[in-house]
Design a protein around this ligand. Structure first.
Ligand SMILES: Nc1nc2c(ncn2[C@@H]2O[C@H](COP(=O)(O)OP(=O)(O)OP(=O)(O)O)[C@@H](O)[C@H]2O)c(=O)[nH]1
Ligand SMILES: [Mg+2]
Length: 361
């Protein structure tokens, strides 16, 4: 499962957004909760292809793709130097991406954690804390290597770590350092936070959503563009309230806000595009299921996601594109129309492929 960490300053709406993504009902608060624990929730990614297949096959089980979210307590200037922060940040070192929540909503009843609404400043503040947290990990490791017996391996590692330290001290996140693939391998085990892909979620209020504007928008768009961070807008408070309504009542309120997709749908598609992921589907009377893979995955590798035996005994992948099936209306009709393809093990699986793997063991 894809795993992400939700970070941001205190009281910017992390829990609100966590709730609307995961459909949980965790407590939000108008003052700094001062909570030092992370919370974990799982979001089901809505997928109309899975819905369609599920209607078609009436399976015993329907499984959507999922994203796990870990909300960590708010970061603020200097917080990376506390042991408790080191501990909760360690808990998101192995996530696939970070999602940073930035406050744009006005809400006078919730004091801004620093002063005024200024998402670029907040972004820099949080990123600096992440960078300092990485620097702390690096420095500890450097001291430990320097103090121990050093062989060629340790010398090599030390050289790379020292280059990283120099970069971080200049304010460069690790993903911006020009490291060769070989050098990068030394960093694998550390899973540095500033090496991770980051998505930005601006938490706007209803008025800002309707206007399509908020304080600092053009600056933020520029900064996000420069850094290559995807930027999404979510109307936290209202979207959370909508998600807590019965499903049949949500549509009108979403439409009224001018939203055609829920927060999790928008965030999931941005994340998949950014990380180069796609979904293929399997369907039968037992189960309809969406599987998440990287772009460029071959049919045999995709089979291995399901079971290593299927990869080992791979014969072919009977494949049909979702849109072809939808237009044909049934697998039998799709076969008559010649839309069912027999693909070999090197076939590159496409988003929305519905695959039946033929194999023998
Ligand atoms: N008007 C408005 N208020 C919001 C919005 N999002 C969050 N709030 C309010 O801001 C306060 C903080 O929200 P939380 O979601 O608890 O923020 P948080 O980032 O999780 O806070 P900590 O975990 O304490 O750091 C709550 O009172 C929310 O109701 C929003 O989009 N609009
Ligand atoms: Mg919170």
């Amino acid at each position: 499962m894809l795993r992400t960490g939700l970070v941001g300053l205190p009281t910017v709406g992390k829990t609100t957004i966590f709730n609307l993504l995961t459909n949980e009902h965790r407590q939000t608060s108008g003052f700094q909760s001062g909570k030092a624990e992370s919370q974990v929730g799982i979001a089901r990614i809505p997928d109309r292809r899975v819905d369609f297949l599920s209607d078609l096959h009436r399976p015993r089980k329907t499984t959507y793709a999922q994203i796990e979210f870990t909300e960590v307590p708010g970061l603020y200037p200097g917080s990376s130097q506390h042991a408790s922060t080191t501990a909760f940040l360690a808990g998101i070192r192995d996530v696939d991406a970070l999602v940073q929540v930035l406050r744009a909503f006005a809400n006078p009843s919730v004091p801004h954690p620093t002063t005024t609404v200024d998402p670029v400043r907040d972004l820099e503040t949080v990123n600096l804390e992440l960078l300092l947290a990485d620097l702390g990990v690096l420095e500890n490791r450097i001291v430990r290597i320097q103090g121990g017996k050093r062989q060629k391996e340790q010398e090599e590692e030390l050289a790379v770590l020292e280059r990283c330290r120099a970069g971080l001290e200049e304010g460069l996140p690790i993903h911006r350092l020009p490291l060769s693939a070989e050098e990068g391998r030394w960093l694998k085990n550390y899973a540095f936070l500033t090496e991770k892909p980051m998505l930005l979620v601006v938490n706007v209020d209803e008025d800002e959503l309707r206007r399509g504007d908020y304080p600092g928008r053009s600056d933020l768009e520029l900064t996000a563009g420069e850094k290559g961070f995807p930027l999404l807008t979510i109307c936290g408070q209202v979207e959370m309230e909508i998600i807590q309504l019965p499903p049949e009542d949500r549509g009108v309120f979403m439409a009224d806000l001018g939203l055609s997709e829920s927060g999790i749908e928008r965030l999931a598609s941005a994340t998949y595009a950014y990380l180069g992921l796609l979904s293929f589907l399997t369907a039968g009377e037992d189960e309809v299921k969406a599987w998440t893979i990287r772009r460029g995955t071959t049919a045999r590798e995709a089979a291995g996601k399901i079971h290593s035996d299927i990869a080992r005994g791979f014969i072919r992948a009977e494949t049909i594109a979702f849109e072809d099936l939808r237009r044909a209306g049934s697998v039998a009709r799709a076969r008559d129309l010649g839309l069912l393809r027999l693909e070999g093990k090197e076939y590159l699986v496409q988003d929305g492929d519905i695959i039946n793997f033929r194999f023998n063991v």
